[in-house]
Design a binder for this molecule. Structure first.
Ligand code: NAP
Length: 488
C-alpha cells in the first residue's frame, strides 16, 4: 500500500458524523466543517458541524444513560477500559497517521502520544476497581460515620488540538471508571482523532449514550446550552487560560464542578553545578516535544551566567540538526505549526525579542513553501521585557536568559501568572529540594525533561488550572463524597 493510499484509507475509516446515543448521525442542520492538513494547507475531509440542538441531543443521551451506567459492576467498566487500552496499542499505527494528518506532529511523536493515551485507559481500568469509602465510630461513640463515593453524573469535556487523543483519554478514562456519562467536544482542527477514539470505544463494548461526541466550528454556540443545562454535573476543560476563564464564569451559574487544565509558561532552570549534557538532553525534550505546542513546553531557559552561552550554543547545535518537514515522513523530527495564526504569533514573539536586543543563535524565521513551518530557534541574551518570556510561545523557540544567583532564578521562575510545570537541573540535593519547595507550580521535572505520566497527578496552580488528571487523584474529579450519619 502506498503512503498516499494508506493516508486516504485511515481517513476513510473514520466516521465523519456526530456520535449521539450510540448512533452515528449527520448534524441536524446538514452542515460540515473542513479538516485541514497543516503541512500542506489542503482539506483532508469534512466532518459534521453540530448545532445547539445536536448539543442538547447529546446531553439528553448522556443523561438518559447515567443511572444505568452508574449501576454497572466495576469489573465491567474496568474490562471495557482494558480492552480499549489493548485496542489503542493494536491500532497505534493507523491512529498515529490520522493524528499526524490533522495535527501535523511527526509520526514518531504521534505514536508516542497514542502510547501515552492508552496508558490512561490501563491506569483507570485499575482505578475502577478501587473506588472505596469507609465506616467508623464517631468520636462520641454513639453514632457511626459511613462515607461513600458516587459518580458525579453527566459530564461535558472540551479538548484542545495539541494532544488530540491523550487529552481525550485523560478525561474519558476516569469518567468511565467512576460511572459517569459524558459529551465530548474536540477542537475543530482535530476532530478525527476523537471520532476514531469513539468508534474504538464503541467496538470495545462501551454502551450507547455513555460517550457522545459532537464536532463543531461554533464551540461557544454548542457549549452554552450544555453548560447552562441543570442536568449537567461537571465541566472538564483543557485549553487556553483565556477560554478557561470564560467557561468558569459560565459554570458559576449552575455551581458546576469544574476541572481546568490551562496554559503554562514553564521555566527551565539550569544551575552552574548541573550536568550540562543531561540539561541539553532534557531541554530538547521539554522544548521540542510536540513542536513546542505543549502546555508543558519549556517556555524560557534561565541559566546560570557562567554556563548560559555554552548551553545556548549546544542547544542550538541540537535544534539545528532536527529535520523539519511533513510529519508523515518517518525521518522527520519536527512538523508544521497548527495554523497560520499560531505561526504568526510565534514570529511576532521572536521579532519582539530581537527588536529589544536578543540575538538569534539559530533559526528565527518562517520556512518557505506550503504549510505552517517555523525554524527551530534559539534566542540568546533575551532582555527581561521581551514578550517571549511572559507569554506562552507554543512553538519551537527557546529563549535563554542568564541569572546570577539562586534567589534571582527562583524569583524569575515564579514571576508569572501561570503555574503548571517547571524544570530544574542541578546536582546539589539540598539546592534541588530548596528550589522545588520554592517553585509555584503543580509539577516539577527534576533533572528530567518530561513529567507526563498516567500514574501521576497532572495539573497546575495559579492561572494554569484547577484539579488534577491521572494519578491517584484523577478519579476523585469524577466522584462525589456522601456521608451518612447513623444512629445505632
Ligand atoms: P483553546 O483555544 O482554549 O481551545 C481549546 C478548546 O476549547 C477547543 O476545543 C475549542 O474549540 C474550545 N473553545 C474555544 N473557545 C470556546 C468557547 N468560548 N466556549 C467553549 N469552547 C471553546 O486552546 P487551544 O488553542 O486549542 O489549545 C492550546 C492551549 O491549551 C494552550 O494554552 C495550552 O497550554 C493548553 N493546554 C493545556 C493542557 C493542560 O493539561 N494544562 C494540555 C494541553 C493544552 P474550537 O476548536 O472550536 O475553537
Amino acid at each position: 500500500m502506498s503512503t498516499a493510499t494508506s493516508e486516504a484509507a485511515v481517513v476513510d475509516a473514520v466516521p465523519k458524523q456526530l456520535y449521539i446515543g450510540g448512533e452515528w448521525r449527520d448534524a441536524s442542520g446538514g452542515g460540515t466543517l473542513p479538516v485541514e492538513d497543516p503541512a500542506t494547507g489542503e482539506t483532508i475531509c469534512e466532518v459534521a458541524d453540530a448545532t445547539p440542538e445536536d448539543a442538547k441531543a447529546a446531553l439528553d443521551a448522556a443523561c438518559a444513560a447515567q443511572r444505568e451506567w452508574a449501576a454497572t459492576p466495576p469489573n465491567q467498566r474496568s474490562e471495557i477500559l482494558y480492552r480499549a487500552f489493548e485496542a489503542l496499542q493494536e491500532r497505534a499505527d493507523e491512529l498515529a497517521l490520522l493524528m499526524t494528518l490533522e495535527m501535523g506532529k511527526a509520526i514518531k511523536e504521534s505514536k508516542a502520544e497514542i502510547a501515552y493515551a492508552a496508558e490512561f485507559f490501563r491506569w483507570f481500568s485499575g482505578e475502577a476497581l478501587r473506588i472505596d469509602g469507609y465506616y467508623k465510630v464517631a468520636g462520641n461513640g454513639a453514632s457511626r460515620v459511613l462515607v461513600m463515593r458516587q459518580p458525579v453524573g453527566p459530564c461535558y469535556f472540551i479538548t484542545p488540538w495539541n494532544f488530540p487523543n491523550a487529552m481525550g483519554t485523560r478525561k474519558i478514562g476516569p469518567a468511565v471508571a467512576a460511572g459517569c456519562t459524558m459529551v465530548v467536544k474536540p477542537a475543530q482542527q482535530t476532530p478525527l482523532s476523537m471520532l476514531a477514539l469513539a468508534k474504538l470505544l464503541e467496538e470495545c463494548g462501551l454502551p450507547p449514550g455513555v460517550l457522545n461526541v459532537i464536532t463543531s466550528k461554533s464551540s461557544s454556540a454548542v457549549s452554552a446550552p450544555i453548560i447552562s443545562d441543570p442536568r449537567l454535573r461537571k465541566l472538564s476543560f483543557t485549553g487556553s487560560t483565556e477560554v478557561g476563564k470564560k467557561l468558569i464564569a459560565q459554570a458559576a451559574d449552575q455551581v458546576l464542578n469544574v476541572s481546568m487544565e490551562l496554559g503554562g509558561n514553564a521555566p527551565f532552570l539550569i544551575f552552574e553545578d548541573a550536568d550540562l549534557d543531561a540539561a541539553v538532553e532534557g531541554a530538547m525534550l521539554a522544548k521540542m516535544r510536540n513542536i513546542g505546542e505543549a502546555c508543558t513546553s519549556a517556555n524560557r531557559f534561565h541559566v546560570a551566567e557562567p554556563v548560559a552561552e555554552e548551553f545556548a550554543q549546544r542547544l542550538a547545535e541540537r535544534m539545528g540538526a532536527l529535520k523539519v518537514g511533513r510529519g508523515t515522513d518517518e525521518s522527520v523530527d519536527i512538523g508544521p505549526l497548527i495554523d497560520e495564526d499560531q505561526r504568526s504569533k510565534v514570529a511576532e514573539l521572536v521579532d519582539d525579542a530581537v527588536a529589544k536586543g536578543a540575538t538569534k543563535v539559530i533559526g528565527g524565521e518562517r520556512l518557505d513553501g506550503s504549510g505552517y513551518f517555523y525554524a527551530p530557534t534559539v534566542l540568546g541574551d533575551v532582555p527581561g521585557d521581551a514578550r517571549v518570556l511572559r507569554e506562552e510561545i507554543f512553538g519551537p523557540v527557546a529563549p535563554v536568559k542568564g541569572f546570577a544567583s539562586e534567589e534571582e532564578a527562583v524569583a524569575a521562575a515564579n514571576d508569572t501568572e501561570y503555574g503548571l510545570v517547571a524544570y530544574v537541573y542541578t546536582r546539589d540535593i539540598k539546592r534541588a529540594l530548596r528550589v522545588c519547595e520554592a517553585l509555584e507550580t503543580g509539577m516539577i521535572g527534576l533533572n528530567q525533561g518530561i513529567v507526563s505520566n498516567a500514574g501521576a497527578p497532572f495539573g497546575g496552580v495559579k492561572q494554569s488550572g484547577i484539579g488534577r488528571e491521572g494519578g491517584n487523584e484523577g478519579i476523585d474529579e469524577f466522584l462525589e463524597t456522601k456521608y451518612v450519619a447513623i444512629n445505632v
